[in-house]
Design a protein around this ligand. Structure first.
Ligand SMILES: *[C@@H]1O[C@H](CO)[C@@H](O)[C@H](O)[C@H]1NC(C)=O
Ligand SMILES: [Zn+2]
Ligand SMILES: [Zn+2]
Length: 796
């Protein structure tokens, strides 16, 4: 073949490294794939199971067939933070929980903060767990409390049985979770309904300290347990609703496949709602509506804001099998912004603060808000046959009669009075409390397929107000959530997209490095030995003299960048080789060694290797999508950005303009651009140094680290090399300025001897090692050209 040995070498190395990369990825994610046949999806779709109205049950005026529970998330109990954090949680326990008296409470992870005072490194602190345990004790919480781990609860935890796994000994559901090997469930029977609740733990089995511990995953084993709970062994269980609780939104979990072939989608067809936390509210209000409806599985995913900063909690009510919820903020104005003392467990001292007043909280249960309707899973036909509007009112007041209720539908005051139909007292942990209010209505009046807005405002004796709104349709049809960015985030499959983006980035970089190299190597047989770049250069010169229409500009730039890509391996072979080598190392070798779990006893549990596809620790893989997230940043700013600079610099700008015309510096030759490149380099360097501060300092994280070696190489290339900040302008540039004629355009049309001599002089004068032979095809050719001129001259 006509390829040069270098190209052959590069091609073979690339193929081998890609094979190795694929092998590593399969190996790292082996735990996610079940042992069974993968086609055996669960296809028992049985819409009749949820068949809507059996006619026997009517939504009436009695406090029956209704229950409610509470979800809180991301407490982040901290021994260092004096604003929010622990304080919010304690106020919730003291003042909110007793007034609500729910059936049960679920805490969806991040119970403790587990960070140091400067919030950089992370490890489990027993004092934080003691606060959690003791505060529940003081609040008199005994049963009806379920908790699961979040990523913060497994920062720096070598494995489940390790004493650093403080959740196991200090949380309420530690034993349950251990027995169920990461999954536990409980049931509730209310009236004619049976309900199932399943909580699962998607934390890494070996928890690195932060920051590479943001994503979760469910290996095949975990999926087996989850499928067992949700689908049942032989479909023996039948529940009116199954609800799932997890810390991570599904977009941040890599779900495996169970041994029987069940995927997350198979399970989601069976449950109704997935409750989670973890995202807090993201930034800039982006996360206000992290809620989504999956039309394929007919399930809802509802993320809840954090307790720590946003002081959020959620009440979920199931009324005649219609699920409604409301997300509420603690009465923040009553909570001191900052406390002088951070709550800690001290002998003989109370943790719980003084009681604060709770404004009324309203939760409409009938008619249910149409945005959250679960098609085929809820008996929506009950709405049009219902006899009353129903809503729950929670307030700090003991006497419901002191509350004022105002009901409007579409802004018009509802003609029927609101009546308290509740039972029981909100007294600590009293069961059987049901603060139900109703108001009679005639749903037929609104049965016009249109959306209507029901608004209920409750005012207590102190004048504090609580409001809830339901956008409903009497026919029970769904309407769009319109959650904007938040809804989009919930359904992007973030962990999967990250991987995809990385693969696209790597393939593009490899293509940009290899294809031009092979192309310029290739000389069609039979034609004279000539290179690929001269015709392109001619086109560029030609286009630069054409009228500057948009189409011409685009064409000009396409050719220009093509030329630059071809020039990179020709003009900067060392940079090209170094870049290709680094790219191949990224897919086939560990990136760095780090002390991922500092608390572990022996060094093989402490130190791990970071690979693109996961972290390898103690002979096991942790396939966290965190590696892909880090890789995407590194590939974009630490590699692709430099490749862009290399390519930009590859072609001499002196080549681009007809000499004689005033030379315009290209962007990359300007001082500010070079300064920008240096800043970018410094920024990348500081990021790698930060890695060291997270994972073990100078040795091993900074020395056994290919990123740092690459950056040193890149630094040298930026400083010297072609167009480097220390490099002199090439001789050719100076000469072409002197002679003032173009060696490219005038090549064919001006066959004068003078031009020939000039051209050959120009070609040979190029003694700059970095840019040698950039205007002709090879040194050989230009020498031949020069000789030809001499021969012709002597003939004369
Ligand atoms: C629960 O499901 C059963 C069987 O489908 C049904 O008869 C019953 O009405 C449901 N209960 C409630 C509260 O909707
Ligand atoms: Zn959190
Ligand atoms: Zn979290």
């Amino acid at each position: 073949m006509l390829l040069s040995p270098i190209s052959w070498l590069a091609l073979i190395a690339t193929i081998l490294c890609i094979i190795r990369g694929i092998y590593l990825d399969k190996w790292a994610t082996a735990d996610l794939r079940g042992s069974g046949p993968h086609e055996a999806h669960w296809n028992r779709e049985d819409p009749n199971r949820w068949t809507l109205n059996d006619g026997s049950l009517e939504i009436g005026t009695e406090p029956d067939n209704i229950f409610y529970f509470v979800q809180i998330s991301d407490l982040h109990i901290s021994q260092f933070q004096s604003k929010g954090y622990t304080i919010h949680f304690l106020h919730f326990l003291k003042s909110i929980l007793p007034a609500i008296s729910p059936e049960f409470v679920v805490v969806t992870g991040d119970l403790t903060d587990a960070k140091d005072a400067r919030r950089i490194t992370s490890s489990q602190h027993v004092v934080e767990w003691e606060v959690y345990q003791k505060s529940l004790e003081e609040a008199g919480v005994s049963d009806g409390w379920y908790d699961i781990r979040g990523n913060h609860d497994c920062f720096d935890v070598p494995q489940w049985s390790d004493s650093a796994n403080m959740y196991k000994d200090h949380a309420v559901s530690g034993e349950l979770l251990e027995k169920g090997q990461g999954v536990y469930e409980w049931e509730l029977e209310k009236g004619s309904g049976r309900y199932q609740f399943v909580a699962f733990d998607a934390c890494p089995k070996r928890g690195p300290s932060r920051p590479f511990n943001f994503f979760g995953y469910m290996p095949a084993k975990g999926m087996n347990h989850l499928a067992n709970s949700i689908i049942g062994k032989e479909g023996d269980k039948s529940y009116n609703h199954t609800m799932v609780f997890a810390h991570y939104p599904t977009t941040t979990v890599a779900f495996g496949v169970s041994d029987k072939g069940y995927t997350y989608t198979d399970l989601a067809k069976q449950f109704s709602v997935y409750f989670c936390g973890h995202m807090h509210k993201l930034i800039g209000g982006l996360g206000d509506e992290l809620k989504g409806y999956n039309a394929k599985t007919h399930s809802l995913e509802l993320e809840l804001g954090d307790m720590k900063d946003h002081a959020m909690y959620r009440i979920v009510a199931v009324d005649h099998d219609l699920i409604s919820f409301v997300d509420v903020e603690l009465p923040l104005p009553q909570i001191p912004f900052s406390t002088p003392e951070i709550p800690k467990v001290v002998e003989g001292k109370r943790l719980l603060p003084d009681k604060i007043d709770m404004p009324p909280v309203v939760l409409i249960t009938n008619p249910k808000d149409a945005r959250w309707i679960l098609q085929y899973k809820e008996p929506v036909a009950r709405i049009v046959q219902s006899r009353a509007l129903r809503f729950l009112v929670f307030s700090g007041e003991n006497d419901p009669k002191s509350l004022q209720v105002k009901i409007t539908i579409d802004g018009i005051v509802h003609p029927y009075p609101a009546q308290y139909k509740g039972k029981g007292d909100p007294n600590g942990i009293a069961k059987g409390y049901m603060p139900l209010w109703i108001s009679e209505w005639d749903p037929q009046n609104f049965d016009d397929r249109e959306e209507h807005v029901l608004r209920i405002t409750v005012t207590d004796s102190q004048g504090r107000k609580g409001v809830d709104e339901s956008i409903f349709k009497v026919n029970g049809a769904r309407i769009d959530i319109n959650g904007g960015a938040g809804e989009w985030i919930i359904w992007t499959k973030f962990s999967f997209s990250l991987k995809l983006c990385c693969l696209v980035a790597i393939s593009s970089i490899l293509a940009i490095l290899l294809i031009p190299k092979i192309y310029s190597d290739f000389t069609p047989p039979g034609t004279e030995r000539q290179c690929a770049r001269r015709p392109i250069l001619q086109r560029i010169h030609h286009l630069s003299n054409e009228p500057k229409t948009l189409a011409n500009r685009i064409r000009y730039h396409v050719w220009l960048w093509t030329l630059r890509c071809i020039d990179l391996p020709r003009n900067s072979p060392i940079i090209w080789t170094g870049t290709l080598t680094y790219t191949l190392m990224l897919i086939s070798l560990p990136w760095f060694k780090g002390e991922f779990i500092p608390v572990a006893q022996n060094s093989e549990d402490r130190y791990g290797l970071f690979y693109l596809s996961g972290i390898r620790l103690s002979g096991e893989w942790i396939p966290l999508a965190d590696t892909w997230m880090f890789a995407l940043f590194e590939l974009t700013f630490g590699l692709a950005a430099f490749v862009l600079v290399w390519i930009w610099r590859a072609t001499d700008s002196a080549d681009l303009r007809c000499s004689g015309t005033s030379r315009i510096r290209t962007l990359n030759e300007r001082a500010w651009f070079k300064a920008l490149v240096v800043i970018m380099w410094l920024w990348r360097m500081s990021e790698v140094l930060a890695l060291g501060s997270f994972y073990g300092g100078f040795w091993p994280t900074l020395v056994q680290n290919i990123i740092i070696w690459w950056l040193l190489f890149a630094g040298i290339c930026i400083a010297s090399g072609k167009d480097g900040i220390l490099a002199r302008p090439s001789t050719k540039e100076r000469i072409s300025a002197i002679w003032g004629r173009c060696s490219i355009c005038h090549l064919n049309d001006e066959a004068s001897e003078e031009a020939d001599v000039r051209r050959s002089l120009l070609d040979n004068a190029d003694e700059d090692p970095g840019s040698h032979s950039s205007s002709s095809c090879s040194t050989n050719e230009s020498i031949q050209g020069f000789n030809a001129v001499k021969i012709r001259k002597s003939r004369k």
